[in-house]
Ligand binder design. Sequence first.
Ligand code: SF4
Ligand code: SF4
Length: 368
Amino acid sequence: MFKLIKKAIPPSVKDKIKSGIKFIRQLDYRDLIIWMNWIIGIKLPSKVRIDASSLCQLNCRGCFMRKFNYGNRGKGYLKFTDFEKFVKMNPYIKEVELSNLGEVFLNPDLKKIIQFAYSKKVKLTAWNGVNFNTVSDEILEALVKYQFYGMNVAIDGSSQEIYSWYRRNGNFDKVIDNIKKLKEYKEKYHSYHPIIVWQYVVSELNQSESEIKRAKEMAHELGCKIIFIKDWDGFIPDDLPMVERETGLIYENKETGGLYGSEDNKVSYSPLRTLFCVELWTSPQINYDGRLMGCCPNMTKDYGVNVFEIGLKKSLYSDVYKRTKKMLMGGKVCEESPCIDCSFYKKIASENNFITKKEIRRRKGIYD
Ligand code: SF4
Ligand code: SF4
């Protein structure tokens, strides 16, 4: 009987059934939780950002944390028990970005966090950047063994002299040594992860052709990618054609320059606003102690809820957070919002250039 039914089904329908079964098999139960919530009108992200540590051993010239004297973030690190509780309480979370306003590798619970995330299939990243000066062999091995996904290592130069001008207290040789050791562990475990990206911000000091070329060669030898980034403050290299040729960067606005340009430059400013504000929908920022911060640059005020205590769902549906999202999309002003005093919001509001559904969707976010 079964064989007869099977024969009667046309091949095109069979193919559709097969791909349907394949699709269901590949489904992650975490997606199912998100979809089921979505059906009843609750929008949940699959990714969050939690500061692994706000502590840092360096003293960089332009350090955001130091500039704001740690703001309302405080000095501390993510405890393993809190991370474990968070993952268990919010089982739909697939990815956690650990880096933001400090050095991830100063977290004494990091090994346990990496190990636990691996056991729960939670992808860990540090794309916001690490300085990679202080990393024990045990942690280097754990990064590979427990498949830490990837990180950007901030190395703005290819010599100690240039590197430590900006990264005060930083040791260029140590960073390179740590990358070399990590490479050896990757070879030992035949692992592609963690992906290491050398992040080089082009500034006045490291703009020479020799410095840039040497960094590219070293990155190649170390088996890591290198990305060049324009300076936040709007620096324009002296030899622009050479820098554009060697780094692949394009300085659209030769007058104001900068990664995102000055705040007065609307064209350059737009991506930054989209990048940060949209995090409220796509990957909310949580402080190391569980306080909900919304976006990664928020240093002034939290949303008055603790994710580790009440869970992510309740936190994202708390009053001020909901009203802030509406406000950023052009709705009623929420005076209690941390965004009220933020220069990005001021700019958004003054230009009537609010966050759109399209921008949120483009960053794989959900909106409501
Ligand atoms: S490495 Fe980052 S957190 Fe540390 S001092 Fe430098 S900018 Fe600040
Ligand atoms: S307006 Fe400022 S504080 Fe608010 S989400 Fe955007 S960047 Fe963050």
